[in-house]
Design a binder for this molecule. Structure first.
Ligand code: ATR
Length: 273
């Protein structure tokens, strides 16, 4: 049977085996999907061994995405732009192809929630790996403006400069942020520590869409905060997780699984509904 897995550390709580097993059942694909948690300095060897032993493809998550970028034979254009690889496929001619489906997953999830990206004014919080992966797919939707704000402003400036060929993208400090945004995307890892990016409450209004790439059994700190200040449409990263997986599954198997039912099952599994 064709074998796939996700590499990460820690990875025990990954939902990817659950999601891909449901995709396989739904599309009647014969495959198995497992977990691998190599020591941080043993990822390269573990990856080689997996493919030497007949593995067909894998996902890569924290902290290995940047390392995977350097280990594959070929990169997709979107992985090259993201500077990170979250999906690897062994092609029929034996090439390890590195791809990145995170940004496509984000955009697909935003669209599934009915968020309009074209001509919108987007605020992206954070300038780490997650922000970098999201930028090209977001700019491809032709927002009128995309502003990056980050605790360390220099990193936001660097990202804006790197992606300015793809659209109207600027970096602003939190103090500079003004005007009305249609969508705020939190790509920072602040929620992991139960912290908030330092956003002024005045930027939140009833018609704004709020997206946190993090998720949990209950609202993230950022989503709770935005709701308190009047945001009516809030979304967490669970849908993005399922959508990036669907995109990876499509890369591997050439068939696109449906995501709605799988997202529902995942929420049930997490005790969210
Ligand atoms: P990831 O790959 O998840 O993006 P990362 O590359 O380590 O992880 O980036 C983490 C991002 O979250 C950064 O933008 C970081 O801000 P700095 O560049 O200033 O470090 C941001 N971040 C992490 N904790 C934060 C906090 N408590 N408040 C605000 N921003 C935070």
């Amino acid at each position: 049977m064709d074998r796939y897995l996700v590499f990460g550390h820690p990875v025990r709580h990954s939902k990817s085996p659950f999601i891909h097993t449901l995709f396989a059942r739904q599309t009647q694909q014969e495959l198995e999907y497992g977990l691998a948690e190599p020591a941080v300095d043993e990822f390269a060897q573990a990856l080689r061994t997996f493919f030497d032993q007949g593995g067909k493809g894998c996902n890569v998550t924290v902290p290995f995405k940047e390392q995977a970028f350097t280990l594959v034979d070929r990169l997709s254009p979107r992985a090259k732009r993201a500077g990170a690889v979250n999906t690897i496929k062994l092609t029929d001619d034996g090439v390890l192809l590195g791809d990145n489906t995170d940004g496509a997953g984000l955009v697909a999830d935003l669209k599934s929630h009915g968020v309009t990206l074209a001509d919108s004014r987007i605020l992206l919080l954070g300038a780490g790996g997650a922000a970098r992966g999201a930028l090209a797919p977001l700019l491809a939707e032709l927002p009128s403006e995309l502003v990056i704000a980050n605790r360390t402003h220099a990193k936001a400036q660097q990202l804006a400069a790197e992606f300015c060929d793809l659209g109207h993208v600027t970096a602003q400090t939190h103090e500079q942020l003004a005007g009305s945004f249609d969508l705020v995307i939190n790509s920072t890892s602040a929620s992991l520590q139960g912290e908030l990016p330092p956003l002024a409450p005045a930027l939140i209004h009833t018609d704004i869409a709020i997206y946190d790439m993090m998720y949990g059994a209950s609202d993230t700190a950022f989503i709770s905060w935005a709701k308190q200040h009047g945001a009516r449409q809030t979304m967490d990263g669970l849908g993005m997780l399922v959508e990036q997986a669907a995109e990876a599954f499509t890369v591997w198997r050439g068939i696109r699984p449906g995501t709605k039912q799988v997202l529902r099952e995942l929420k049930r599994n997490l005790g969210v509904i």
